[in-house]
Write a protein that binds this ligand. Structure first.
Ligand code: SOE
Length: 378
């Protein structure tokens, strides 16, 4: 018999759906001691909360997150709100003794993140941040290849995350989905929303980033606010590019924008080492590019590894070799790893403390863009 883990979900947007889907599927594919039970979903709007509960099978609804935290039948709180609520909810959840699964980025800035880390440590509650791309099997395979030392010394890391959905000046700031354009709700633009993914993966694969130099641009300077209806200054970065150095000496180039016409969610990275290189592309997420200079020269070339074999990360739990999975499964894997952490006693990664490292890089990037200077990650 599996043990129930009662989930209280706060928020019901895109990520609320992605996480709920993960909770619902995980036990069908991963043998685990615990089983998520969709106990309650919380949103300010009662009708929307009820509609979400009906669609996803939540047993009950709340319209005030504080009431959700008071409930004794909730074991774990999933924070899927806009970023400006992460800190307050997470600290209150920790004080209420709840486990916390928080959507990325951890916080609006490092100061908030530090308070959140202190709160979960003090309360001794299990915690995790949803950086789902680590759990795409091809990305996890990249980690294994690197940890096996196959690349040798790493020289270069290159990552981009490109979108094009905010080019029109008619896209509002604030409101469902478009809160990502409102600096008061999001904290930053592409830096916290998209580069945070690239940075999390980069630190995981190649170690700490020590310094950065960045530039940002806000192409559309004013937008109507969806809630007030008033035209207001846009405070987020629409685009950001930065150079970085890792502690291991490798050089990095990162770029993100929501103005790359034709790209919807093009997250790619390439790593060049002394002996081998790796590349990955979210639009072809089940493949990993691998080049090994030690191959016999007449056969040497970039391999395109179809990461669907049963000895590839997570894949033994899905279909038969050759049949691929997709984006949604990265969330199923993250739930599986979280539930596994209840068995092992170790936090599933990244936990708040580890996600704070990504936040430190984001803050350094924004600071550097403002000052025009190289900035240490502190
Ligand atoms: C923004 O469009 C967004 O949905 C991000 O918020 C997600 O974190 C990213 O995975 C996809 O793009």
């Amino acid at each position: 018999m599996t043990k129930p883990l009662n989930i209280g979900m706060i928020g019901y947007g895109f990520m609320g759906r992605a996480h709920s889907n993960g909770y619902r599927k995980v036990n069908n594919f991963f043998p685990l001691e615990h089983r998520p039970v969709l106990k309650a979903v919380c949103a300010r709007n009662r009708d929307k909360a009820q509609a979400f509960a009906d669609t996803w099978g939540y047993e009950s609804i709340e319209t005030d997150w504080r009431e959700l935290l008071k409930r004794e039948d909730i074991d774990a709180v999933d924070i899927c709100t806009p970023n400006n609520l992460h800190k307050e909810v997470a600290i209150a959840a920790a004080e209420a003794g709840k486990m916390i699964l928080c959507e990325k980025p951890l916080a609006m800035n490092v100061k908030e993140g530090e308070q959140m880390v202190a709160a979960v440590k003090k309360a001794g509650v299990r915690n995790m941040v949803w950086y789902n791309y680590r759990r795409v099997p091809a990305v996890t395979l990249a980690k294994q290849i690197i940890d096996e030392g196959r690349l040798g010394r790493v020289f270069h890391y290159r990552a981009v995350f490109l979108q094009d959905w905010t080019i029109s000046a008619d896209v509002p700031q604030g409101g469902a989905g478009t809160w990502r354009l409102d600096v008061d709700a999001a904290g930053s633009g592409v830096t916290g929303d998209l580069l945070a993914h690239c940075i999390d993966t980069a630190i995981w694969l190649n170690g700490p980033i020590t310094k950065v130099t960045a530039m940002t641009e806000t192409f559309v300077k004013e937008r109507k606010h969806a809630e007030s209806g008033k035209v207001a200054k846009v405070g987020i970065d629409d685009a950001c590019a930065f150079l970085a150095q890792f502690k291991n000496g490798a050089l990095a180039v990162f770029e993100s924008t929501r103005y790359a016409r034709g790209h919807k969610a093009l997250y790619t990275f390439e790593i060049n080492g002394e002996r081998a290189s790796i590349s990955w592309d979210l639009h072809d997420l089940h493949r990993l590019g691998y080049f090994d200079h030690r191959d016999e020269s007449k056969l040497r070339g970039w391999r395109s590894i179809h990461v669907t074999d049963s000895d590839h990360p997570y894949m033994g739990n899905w279909w038969v070799p050759g049949l691929q999975i997709g984006y949604e499964h990265s969330f199923v894997h993250q739930v599986a790893d979280f539930l596994k952490s209840l068995e092992t006693g170790e936090n599933a990664q990244p936990d708040f403390e580890s996600a704070l490292e990504t936040q430190r890089v984001c803050d350094a990037v924004l600071k550097s863009a403002a000052s025009g200077k190289w900035t240490d990650v502190v």
